[in-house]
Every structure is written in structure tokens, then in C-alpha cells.
Ligand binder design. Structure first.
Ligand SMILES: C[S@@+](CC[C@H](N)C(=O)[O-])C[C@H]1O[C@@H](n2cnc3c(N)ncnc32)[C@H](O)[C@@H]1O
Length: 248
């Protein structure tokens, strides 16, 4: 695992941002539980790191693999480009960006997640394909990025692209309400059987509910100065992929 150093600017840099949503209120959890300090959130992810990828596959019924494939195709990182995968967890997403020879930094503030990812990579659990670029694991908080400004061109260089893959809200509202009940009840219950720290999944469910709707997120991205904003819903909007470009 690496501590960040200064990187030089480079043309063609791609940035991927997976944003972790802020919290709200659910069954069995109070707002106070969810207004965790970054250290506490990281500790929660440390606890579920070991079985994180397995639980992901089970809870999403394998859809997570399709979502990752779609995000990788959207990022379309070319050889020599540098991709920043923020909130990268165990780096499963990061590896999908390097197939054509791009270089990916998997950044996360959970040491546990990074350690599992680094260990799997070292043990050949996530082999790099021939010609694939490297993935490097770096500890860092997305809200206080440990990279110099404009180093990826952080985040990202003028003309660089931003791809946000996050849980979304379903249409119509009745379907979203049903999904909300799944998140609040079934998801933590299944996670409890598979993972030692099901609290993290209750937190995840709550944070998904609190995350802005797709149009609202696009509006906020525009307010933050991103251009050419568009999004695509996957699996009826369970996941939404927003794409934008930083003005030249
Ligand atoms: C649901 S996991 C997603 C992991 C990965 N992107 C994937 O596709 O499997 C969320 C990750 O975000 C990380 N995270 C949450 N808030 C963060 C922050 N402020 N800075 C860095 N990482 C953060 C957590 O530690 C966790 O590993």
C-alpha cells in the first residue's frame, strides 16, 4: 500500500469518483448513528473488508459485476492514462480500469479494505491481465484528497472526465418505496448471515436512501462547475452512472 506522493500532470488523465453518501434515518438507526466521524466509518468498513466482495455479489445477485463492466466501458481508460478510483474499497473496481494499460490509484480511507485488496492482488486472487496497467493502493480521505491539486489532474485535469457510480433511486416512486423496504430490512438481514458487522450494511442502506436523486446529483455537479453532465440508470436505477467533463 502506498502513501501518496506528488504526481506530475499528464494529458489524457481519467478520474473515477465513487462517492459515499452522507447519512439520515432508518429502522433501528438514528441520525446520530449515521453522523459518524470519518474514522468511525472507516472502522466499520475495516470490519466487513474480509467478506466484502462476496457479500456484494450475493446482495446484488451478481449485478455488481455488470455495473463494474459498464463503468469501466464508460471510463474507457487508455494505455498511459491515470485513473483515480476514489472510495475504491478492495480495488475490485480499480482493476477493471487497467485492462488497456491505464494506471489506477485505488484510494480509500479504510485500511482494512485496502489491505484485503492488496493481499488478494499479491496472492494472484485478482491477476493483472497481460498488458494491463498496475493498480496501486493508497490510503486517503475523499474529502481531503491526499494528492496535489491537478495531479490527476486532481480531480480532474481540465478536459478530464468524471464518472460517478453510485446507488440511485428507482422510478416509479412505488417501486422505489418497495426497494426502500428491501434496503431497510432484507439487506441488513442477509448481510448479518454473511458478514460479521451487519451494522455497516444498515448504514449503507440508510446512506443509499439519503443520497440525492439522479437529477439532483446532476444539478449539484453542474453547480460545482462540471460540464456535459449526463447519467444512465442501471438495473432500473438501483445504480446510476453519472458522467461529466471538466471544462478546458
Ligand atoms: C460500498 S464501498 C465501495 C467500494 C468499491 N468502490 C466497489 O465498487 O466495490 C464504499 C467504500 O468507500 C470508502 N469510503 C467512504 N467514505 C470515504 C471517504 N470519505 N474517503 C475515502 N474512502 C471512503 C469506504 O471505506 C468503502 O471502502
Amino acid at each position: 500500500m502506498e502513501r501518496p506522493g506528488g504526481w506530475s500532470r499528464r494529458a489524457g488523465l481519467a478520474a473515477l469518483l465513487t462517492v459515499v453518501p452522507p447519512p439520515a434515518t432508518v429502522v433501528g438507526m438514528s441520525r446520530a448513528d449515521l453522523d459518524k466521524r470519518p474514522r468511525d466509518v472507516a472502522a466499520m468498513f475495516d470490519q466487513i473488508a474480509e467478506r466484502y466482495d462476496l457479500v456484494n455479489d450475493v446482495l446484488s445477485v451478481g449485478q455488481d459485476r455488470l455495473w463494474r463492466r459498464f463503468v469501466a466501458a464508460t471510463v474507457a481508460a487508455k494505455a498511459g492514462e491515470r485513473v483515480l478510483d476514489l472510495a475504491a474499497g478492495t480495488g475490485t473496481s480499480s482493476r477493471t480500469f487497467t485492462a488497456a494499460g491505464a494506471y489506477c490509484i485505488a484510494c480509500d480511507f479504510s485500511f482494512g479494505m485496502l489491505q484485503v485488496g492488496a493481499r488478494k492482488a499479491a496472492n494472484g486472487g485478482q491477476p493483472e491481465r497481460p498488458g494491463a496497467g498496475p493498480v496501486r493502493f493508497v490510503a486517503g480521505d475523499a474529502l481531503r484528497l491526499p494528492f496535489a491539486d491537478a495531479s490527476f489532474d486532481a480531480v480532474t485535469r481540465p478536459g478530464g472526465r468524471l464518472v460517478i457510480c453510485e446507488f440511485g433511486h428507482l422510478q416509479p416512486p412505488a417501486l422505489d418505496a418497495f426497494y426502500g423496504r428491501y434496503l431497510a430490512t432484507a439487506l441488513p438481514a442477509v448481510a448479518k448471515r454473511l458478514s460479521p458487522a451487519s451494522e455497516a450494511y444498515a448504514y449503507l442502506a440508510e446512506s443509499i436512501k439519503d443520497w440525492p436523486r439522479q437529477a439532483e446529483l446532476a444539478r449539484r455537479m453542474g453547480d460545482a462547475g462540471w460540464t456535459a453532465i449526463r447519467w444512465r440508470n442501471l438495473t432500473l436505477g438501483v445504480v446510476a452512472v453519472h458522467v461529466a467533463r471538466r471544462a478546458e
